[in-house]
Design a protein around this ligand. Structure first.
Ligand SMILES: Cc1cn([C@H]2C[C@H](O)[C@@H](COP(=O)(O)OP(=O)(O)OP(=O)(O)O)O2)c(=O)[nH]c1=O
Length: 199
């Protein structure tokens, strides 16, 4: 199985690499701002599929994986903050509350340069934040961790000190729900479980 991850995200790369499964990386240059007309609940799936689609012309054989993570609070989408003020505002509204993190995956199977089939799925995790006072928010902003992350935090880093608990898949919050990926691959009789000899 030739797996191609259509992502520039170092987190996604690390999560997939943790299973020792061989894969290639072709980062997608799909313009995410072109999705603003898509309904919030469909946004992640739309972006994941389009990220994968931009890569398929470069692939002759294999399964292309696109992914997108969105953070939703009160039916509002919290994107990647552009400025420190943006990040501060997001963290302030997330204080003492829960929000939803949705990661969509899109798989495209390519054979002899042609698209055979497509699959999409998504996973949702509810993240409960502790109370964030000004001191914690300013400390978190000083770590610089907010910037390339939806919702202005990373649960896998300093952001772990902002999170009280989660309901659902942790890996989904980081950006790649591995069990969902395994299940989607399973519908094509493929798996992330590699043989002992390769481990
Ligand atoms: C909520 C949260 C998000 N994130 C990250 C996951 C994603 O990388 C990012 C959301 O942006 P995405 O647009 O999903 O991904 P990306 O731009 O980083 O990479 P690519 O489009 O090339 O695949 O936020 C964390 O790392 N930790 C978290 O706790």
């Amino acid at each position: 199985m030739n797996l191609i991850l259509a992502s520039a995200s170092p987190r996604r790369k690390e999560l997939l690499a943790s299973l020792k499964v061989p894969f290639q990386i072709f980062p997608s240059d799909f313009d995410e701002s072109s999705a603003e007309h898509i309904a919030i609940n469909e946004r992640a799936a739309y972006l994941a599929l389009n990220k994968a689609k931009t890569i398929t012309p470069r692939v002759t054989e294999g399964i292309v994986i696109g992914a997108d993570t969105v953070v939703i609070l009160d039916d509002r989408l919290l994107g990647k903050p552009e400025t420190e003020a943006d990040a501060r505002q997001m963290l302030q509204v997330m204080s003492s509350r829960s929000h939803r993190v949705v990661t969509a995956l899109a798989l495209i199977e390519v054979k002899e340069g042609k698209i055979l089939s497509e699959l999409t799925g998504y996973e949702e995790t509810i993240v409960f934040f502790r109370e964030l006072n000004d001191e914690i928010i300013e400390w978190y902003l000083s770590t610089g961790e907010s910037y390339d992350k939806a919702g202005a935090y990373g649960i896998q880093g300093y952001g772990s000190l902002l999170v009280e608990r989660i309901e659902g898949d942790y890996y989904n919050v980081v950006g790649l729900p591995l069990l969902l990926l395994e299940r989607l691959l399973g519908t094509w009789n493929q798996s992330l479980r590699i043989q002992e000899s390769v481990r």
